[in-house]
Design a protein. Structure first.
Length: 165
């Protein structure tokens, strides 16, 4: 594997950790994005030097995120995979997954904490947490609107690009 491709795979692997996915899964995603043709499980394992079990589980999870797709190759019994060809769609799906997996539970935990009767209502902590909850709830409403319609969101982003935002 050439140096630049290897660097991209490793960097994307590090970025994936920030999304809350493991490094192997992100590396596999990067590898598939770099492939012109569909790739099978054995190729992924061999090229990235990872176990078949790890690769198989990662491919399944990447499919559930919607960032890769299984494709049929005529005359083949094996499964082959390609990356989502639409980069906007890929980023959109990652953002939606991150909101669901990270932001939503954090907001729910904050709301649960604020709902507890034993949290001192006169404390500065409760006031700060209340303000945080209102801010996060506002962000949640905006994110649900934005992530609720992929096409409309794409239009909004394209419009914002014109303003060099």
């Amino acid at each position: 594997m050439e140096k630049e491709r290897g660097q991209f795979i490793e960097t994307w692997g590090s970025l994936g950790v920030l999304w809350g996915i493991n490094r192997s899964m992100a590396r596999i995603h990067a590898f598939i994005m770099l492939c012109e043709d569909p790739v099978d499980l054995e190729t992924v394992c061999r090229r990235l030097r990872i176990s078949r079990g790890n690769a198989s589980m990662s491919l399944k999870e990447l499919r559930s995120w919607g960032v890769i797709h299984r494709v049929h190759m005529s005359g083949e019994r094996r499964d082959f995979y390609v990356a989502e060809p639409d980069n906007w769609k890929m980023i959109f799906k990652i953002a939606a997954q991150r909101k669901e997996r990270e932001f939503d539970p954090a907001l729910q935990a904050l709301q649960d904490l604020l709902g507890r009767a034993d949290l001192d209502s006169s404390s500065g902590v409760r006031a700060r947490l209340g303000e945080l909850e209102r801010t996060m709830t506002t962000f949640d409403r905006l994110a649900r609107k934005f992530l609720g319609n992929e096409q409309a969101s794409r239009i909004v982003v394209d419009m914002l690009k014109k303003f060099k935002v």
